[in-house]
Design a protein around this ligand. Structure first.
Ligand SMILES: NC(=O)c1ccc[n+]([C@@H]2O[C@H](COP(=O)([O-])OP(=O)(O)OC[C@H]3O[C@@H](n4cnc5c(N)ncnc54)[C@H](OP(=O)(O)O)[C@@H]3O)[C@@H](O)[C@H]2O)c1
Length: 184
């Protein structure tokens, strides 16, 4: 059982999983992820399958769908694909569900029997989850390539997250994966 900042009790465990540069960026300013190796995408798909869901911001959905004809979210074989937006006119693409807040996302998945909502960014949505104290685990794959400017892992906002390191693994291409439990 987890109690969030508004006191609502939930049994789900929200996992944030992101690929970052060593200086904390997830994409170029224009949204390009061309500096990330394909292995990062393959690992993401494998992990998403374990959780049978993905939760993403509307901007992530649009950027990745428009830029990558292949290897976009349409090809991720999970039962639940959620897009979070404040827009009331955004139409859910076929195979996706639209929700309007982090809490609506976790509630939807909990009702569907999912125990581990799998949050996959981007940084603006990640920060929204962080502000509501909804993150339970954070998994970061640090890829050895620095971009000097870009979109951050977490949008700048007013929150702090204490964590306990659970695991560090070295992966191919010099990538390092760190798994943290969020201290509650
Ligand atoms: N390296 C990685 O692992 C990784 C992973 C994911 C994404 N990315 C990259 O990250 C970039 C996008 O990230 P981003 O930070 O710019 O945007 P984002 O977080 O993907 O999306 C932001 C949008 O999500 C919606 N949203 C955010 N908080 C919300 C809330 N509390 N309630 C309701 N809706 C909310 C809003 O949509 P509306 O404006 O429609 O209301 C907001 O504009 C893309 O370029 C993508 O390729 C990289």
């Amino acid at each position: 059982m987890v109690r969030d900042s508004s006191g609502i009790i939930s049994s789900v465990k929200v996992i944030l999983d992101m690929v970052i540069s060593p200086n904390g960026f997830i994409a170029r300013e224009n949204g390009d992820e061309d500096w990330l190796p394909h292995e990062d995408w393959d690992d993401f798909v494998a992990e998403a399958r374990l959780h049978n869901n993905i939760v993403m911001g509307r901007e992530t959905y649009q950027q990745v769908t428009e830029k990558y004809e292949h290897d976009n979210f349409d090809d991720v074989p999970v039962d639940h694909k959620l897009i979070v937006t404040r827009s009331t006119t955004f139409q859910a693409p076929t195979g996706y569900v639209v929700v309007h807040s982090p809490k609506e996302a976790t509630h939807y998945l909990e009702t569907a029997g999912v125990q581990t909502p799998f949050l996959i960014g981007g940084g603006v949505l990640n920060a929204a989850f962080a502000k509501e104290n909804l993150l339970d685990q954070i998994q970061l794959t640090v890829t050895p390539y620095i971009i000097g400017k870009g979109r951050p892992l977490l949008a700048f906002d007013d929150f702090e997250i204490g964590m306990t390191l659970l695991e560090v693994t070295q992966q191919s291409l010099g990538r390092v994966r760190m798994t943290y439990k969020v201290n509650k």
